[in-house]
Design a protein around this ligand. Structure first.
Ligand code: ATP
Length: 399
């Protein structure tokens, strides 16, 4: 048992050290590996079964809960439309802001001093029959280890975090699914085309930079941080919002369950997306003004229809590969892609839960309207929980 646990740490969890921003533990190169291994050991040892978490739940009175940020308005709005009670976990004076949006306001607030304290209140939250909907900020505020240890039934498969948050494992997953990713440049001396340099643990693209030569790279790089160098893919960006249900079979069929495309967006990133108002990037860089990739908002978008079959093929392959690797992704996920002028997709990232790019579609998107009117990702999540509850299948969609 102990030996098995140790092997699992080494194979699955050590690479957590090389993680990016969604895992909120900051660890420097070659430091504290032992502590991390021990931490992950705790996670494995304390992994709690969904059925145990749900054991004393009143299934007729489920409450949908999330942290008040990111896509919470949409999640609460969708849950209310499906008849659920809603609970917003919040810090400070956030409540006031929700008064401005009554249809996105949770029925109840659960105030905490610090999001990391949520673990202290799991018994109280269980009494409210809470099912947690994690979003990007939820995981970030709580921190990865605490999120993995949270003893509350949580929508989706939490094991995905390990594969999603480590750039090397993410590449194994996506390339294993047959997707094309931007090439990785292992040695900066071989920069022969524009590259994007990504720091691990950077928040929302912070301090990422573009370099076209080794000299440019050398000038900008902060060697104290871990980084990855990727081919900068020329093309247009599409962030594809999928929903995979392992228990409902009425959409794009997979071996098990079915896949939907609910919407897509393009992120608005400052300053790269508007910097040209001031001059060309080359001109500005000469003046020491470098573009940044910090997400500030999301823009709705649709894609030429002839590309949609490929969109489904990619989504299906990602789901199927995930089943082989870690028991399968569940629910919402997003492939972050660039479409090149040859109309080929390159996927630079996966987000394995509801993304903020779904927020423009609280009343449905041009795609979800073809499934059901007024269907947001938040509402689709609530529908999945409602259906699973009715059919006694909650353990198939929660972890
Ligand atoms: P998040 O976790 O919020 O998705 P992140 O910090 O992991 O962000 P990425 O999504 O990998 O960062 O990249 C941030 C932005 O940089 C992207 O939204 C995109 O605009 C740009 N970008 C990333 N990789 C590439 C690439 N290979 N080619 C071109 N642009 C890229």
């Amino acid at each position: 048992m102990i030996l098995k646990g140790c092997c699992t740490f080494v194979i699955i969890y050590i690479p957590l050290i090389y993680k990016k921003r969604k895992i909120n533990i900051h660890i420097e190169r070659n430091k504290t590996k032992v502590i991390i291994i021990a931490l992950q050991g705790v996670i494995i040892m304390t992994k709690i079964k969904v059925n145990d978490m749900l054991a004393n739940y009143d299934k007729k009175n489920i409450t949908i809960a999330t942290v008040c940020s990111h896509s919470s308005l949409q999640i609460f709005n969708g849950a209310k439309k499906e008849g659920f009670k809603t609970l917003g976990i919040s810090v400070g004076a956030k409540k006031k802001f929700y008064d401005a949006f009554p249809l996105g306001k949770p029925d109840e607030f659960f105030m905490v001093e610090n999001y990391k304290d949520i673990l202290k209140y799991t018994d109280e939250l269980k009494e409210k029959n809470v099912i947690v909907i994690p979003h990007g900020s939820f995981v970030e505020y709580l921190g990865a280890e605490k999120f993995l240890k949270l003893s509350l039934p949580t929508f989706g498969n939490r094991d995905v975090l390990v594969w999603e948050s480590d750039r090397n494992k993410e590449r194994i997953w996506l390339e294993g699914a047959g997707l094309r990713m931007p090439a990785e440049i292992k040695d900066p001396h071989f920069i022969e085309q524009p590259v994007i340099v990504k720091y691990h643990g950077a928040k929302g693209g912070k301090n990422f930079f573009i370099a076209k030569t080794y000299e440019e790279f050398k000038k900008r790089i902060d060697r104290r941080k871990l980084f990855t160098i990727q081919e900068f893919v020329m093309g247009t960006r599409y962030y594809l919002h999928y929903f995979y249900s392992p228990i409902i079979n009425d959409a794009y069929k997979l071996k098990k369950g079915s896949l939907q495309l609910l919407s897509m967006d393009r992120r608005d990133e400052t300053t790269i997306d508007e910097v040209q108002r001031l001059g060309s990037i080359a001109e500005l860089e000469e003046l020491g003004i470098h573009p940044t990739f910090v997400v500030t908002g999301n823009i709705p978008i649709v894609m030429r229809e002839s590309l949609l079959p490929k969109v489904f093929e990619m989504g299906a392959a990602v789901v199927q590969e995930s089943e082989k690797l870690f028991g399968g992704i569940i629910g919402s996920f997003c492939l972050e892609t660039v479409v090149t002028e040859e109309l080929k997709f390159k996927v630079f990232e996966i987000s394995a839960r509801i993304v903020a790019g779904t927020n423009p579609y609280i009343s449905g998107s041009p795609y979800s309207e073809l499934i059901q009117t007024d269907l947001s990702t938040g509402r689709r999540i609530a529908q999945e929980i409602k259906y699973a509850n009715k059919k006694n299948l909650l353990n198939k969609i929660l972890s």
